[in-house]
Design a protein around this ligand. Structure first.
Ligand code: FES
Length: 136
């Protein structure tokens, strides 16, 4: 995949946002308990975002079967990524490391070997920048 070959240092850093689904919950979870998505968001908020990254929570990223889900976006020049199966008790360090690596690129394409394991194995989708040309 071409995704594996890319990656470049930021020449003009743009706004990076880590979006966390607040309403994600695992199958069979207690409906009255705080949702794991909210726990994930709150744990990331407490940990603090890498420099230049904004954290936000939204209700559903439409990847509910891959709870908990997060989305990385970074302006007009960067690819966007959706990651799933994130565990609030396990993946905070990896999400922060992956977010910092993403924010350090100009195009959002972090070299494969530099991505945390969770970002390598739990990608749900990558979305090209709006102006990215057709590859047909
Ligand atoms: S509830 Fe989290 S993606 Fe839908």
């Amino acid at each position: 995949m071409a995704d594996d070959q890319a990656g470049s240092p930021a020449s003009k850093p743009g706004p990076v946002t880590l979006t966390v689904c607040l309403t994600c919950r695992n199958e069979g979870a207690d409906p009255e308990a705080t949702r794991p998505g909210t726990l994930l968001h709150d744990a990331l908020k407490e940990a603090g975002m890498p420099e230049g990254v904004t954290l936000r929570g939204v209700k559903c990223l439409s990847a509910c079967s891959r709870s908990c889900t997060v989305l990385l976006t970074g302006g007009e020049e960067r690819w966007s990524y959706v990651y799933g199966d994130m565990d609030p008790e396990e993946h905070i360090p990896e999400i922060l490391a992956g977010t910092a690596a993403y924010a350090a690129t100009a195009d959002g394409l972090v070299p494969w070997r530099e991505r945390p394991t969770a970002f390598r194995k739990q990608s749900v989708a990558r979305i090209p920048p709006a102006a990215f040309p057709s590859e047909e």
